[in-house]
Design a binder for this molecule. Structure first.
Ligand SMILES: Nc1ncnc2c1ncn2[C@@H]1O[C@H](COP(=O)(O)OP(=O)(O)O)[C@@H](O)[C@H]1O
Ligand SMILES: [Mg+2]
Length: 248
């Protein structure tokens, strides 16, 4: 069953087309990667899917709800970790998570507390949960952000460049958390990245976005196959530069 059905979705800002005629279905339990260079339209697509922006044309359904007029039904079950996002530095890790749970407004106090304790263990912050976030490393801050995004127990999670600007160890931590969310917790995950290795490691399928268009969709291996056994990196660079793909 498709959890997300996108048909002919287009977003323009005046003269600028952020993305155009996107057609895509994503299944429940899938980890789907949107791969593309800066300015490809990844963030705008995600923001449109979660109802922060309104599309210019086309439709998107998530959980069989229309993003145009049933967005609150979608938001109850969906979490977004935005691209530029920091936890509250003056709150502790636990307070950050609790605060998000309360803000969501659908859970009882007991439930929020129970889930917060659970998430402190899941993301690996036990022992530091009562420390203020301002003293945390980049990787630990990401753990707080992931825990915060999970507190309302979403079925679907959008992660916008979750490892960009994070050091090597922090990125590894985040990737392991993404695997855990997918495999152990059964979440459907859409992540954006410009990192090919991340897509290869994490994603069941990938969509390559260039200049607002989805130019290829498939399993990482199948894309390599489809483009005459070039490495995914060659496929990506060929599509982005418009120079075509030379198998290596
Ligand atoms: N609020 C906005 N107003 C005008 N143009 C925008 C706005 N948001 C994004 N864009 C444009 O849409 C295009 C896609 O941007 P974005 O979705 O941020 O790309 P990505 O996340 O892939 O780097 C860019 O050309 C960007 O300048
Ligand atoms: Mg972006």
């Amino acid at each position: 069953m498709s959890l997300i059905k996108i048909k002919g979705l287009t977003k323009r800002f005046g003269e600028i087309t952020a993305f155009e005629d996107i057609n895509l279905e994503i299944k429940q339990g899938e980890v789907f990667g949107l791969l593309g260079p800066n300015g490809a339209g990844k963030t705008t697509l995600i923001r449109t899917l979660i109802g922060l922006l309104r599309q210019s044309e086309g439709t998107a359904e998530i959980f069989d709800f229309d993003t145009k007029d049933e967005i609150m039904e979608i938001r109850k079950r969906t979490s977004l970790l935005p691209q530029e996002c920091q936890p509250y530095e003056n709150l502790t890790a636990r307070e950050n998570i609790l605060f998000y749970g309360r803000m969501h407004g659908t859970m009882s106090k007991d439930e929020i507390e129970r889930r917060t304790e659970e998430l402190i263990d899941i993301v690996g912050l036990r022992g530091r949960e009562n420390d203020r976030v301002k003293d945390f490393s980049g990787g630990m801050k990401r753990k707080v952000l992931v825990a915060r995004a999970l507190v309302m127990n979403p079925d679907l999670i959008f992660l916008d460049e979750p490892t960009t600007g994070v050091d090597v160890l922090g990125a590894r931590t985040v990737r392991n958390l993404i695997k855990k969310m997918a495999k152990e917790m059964g979440k459907t995950i859409i992540l954006t990245t410009h990192d090919l290795h991340e897509v290869d490691e994490l994603c069941d399928r990938v969509g390559i976005m260039v200049n607002g268009k989805l130019v290829a969709i498939g399993k990482p291996d199948d894309l390599e196959e489809q483009f005459k056994k070039a490495h995914l990196e060659d496929v990506f660079i060929g599509l982005v530069t418009g120079e075509g793909i030379n198998a290596s």
